[in-house]
Structures are given as C-alpha cells and as structure tokens.
Write a protein that binds this ligand. Structure first.
Ligand code: FES
Ligand code: FES
Length: 152
C-alpha cells in the first residue's frame, strides 16, 4: 500500500509500485480526466501537476511519488485555472477535447509561475502537449486573455 496525495486528499493505493501514475489515476482511482496518448512521454496527453509543475504521468512509477502533491484536472483550481477555464469557454478552444485536460494543466502551471507570459514562454510551456486537432492558436489566445494581455 502506497500513500499518495491526490488533489489535496490522501489516497492509499494498492497498485504495484512500478505502475505509472497515469494508470493508478485512471484505473484504480477512476480519475479519467487524465488521458492516455502515447505512453512513452512524447504527446503530453497525460500531463498532471506534481508539486506544482506540469509533468507527464505515463512514465512516472507511483513508487517515486509518495508525499508529492499531485493535482489532476479533476482537482485543478485557483485563480489562474479559473481564468483559463473562463477564457477556454469564451473562445471555444476545444475541438475533440482529448488533449484539453493536459493543455489546461500545462497552461495553469505556466500562469502560476509567470503571470504575463510572452510568445516564447507559451511555446516552451505548451509545445510538450500535442493537439491533433490543431487548437494551438485558440489556446494561445486563451492564455493571453486569462493573463490579462492582448493577443499578439
Ligand atoms: S501518454 Fe504520456 S506523454 Fe503521451
Ligand atoms: S482538441 Fe482534439 S486533440 Fe486537442
């Protein structure tokens, strides 16, 4: 049994300690907002926050994560996250939606550390999360809007 901190709540998990966090979230804890894409750390679909940083979860054995603060899309909150969700909705960012939990996790981690990100900051933070539908221009616009900046 391993003790994790998920969305501010202690969670005792029974999965094998070598199990990647993604599968513990989805299969054991039924937190299915975090998505499976590639399983090898290259698409970003499985992005969560670990100690406030956006990190992929498909390559992280849960044995490494005892005592770390893990936040998933289900627990994402705070002023940056609320501003992003409002901008996402207003600008109708989502297309199929598959990548969007991860996009919000990446964007909220960015805004928490940088309240006025420029184009290069946004590129650096958001490039790891692939969107097959190509919603990148609207994501960028929503990040500008949520951070109180004019689109560039
Ligand atoms: S599923 Fe984790 S990076 Fe693709
Ligand atoms: S909205 Fe479809 S993959 Fe991003």
């Amino acid at each position: 049994m391993l003790s994790l901190n998920i969305n501010g709540t202690p969670a005792e998990v029974r999965s094998d300690p070598a199990t990647p966090l993604l599968w513990v979230l989805r299969c054991e804890l039924k937190l299915t907002g975090t998505k499976f894409g590639c399983g090898v750390g290259v698409c970003g679909a499985c992005t969560v926050h670990i100690d406030g940083e956006a990190q992929v979860s498909c390559m992280r054995p849960v044995s490494e994560l005892a005592g770390r603060r893990i936040v998933t899309i289900e627990g994402l909150d705070g002023s940056e996250a609320r501003a992003l969700k409002a901008a996402w909705t207003r600008l109708d960012v989502v297309q199929c939606g598959y990548c969007q939990s991860a996009q919000l996790m990446a964007a909220s981690a960015l805004l928490r550390r940088n309240h006025k990100p420029g184009p290069a900051d946004i590129d650096a933070a958001m490039t790891p999360v692939v969107c097959r539908c190509g919603t990148y221009p609207r994501i960028r616009q929503a990040i500008y809007e949520a951070s109180g900046q004019k689109p560039r």
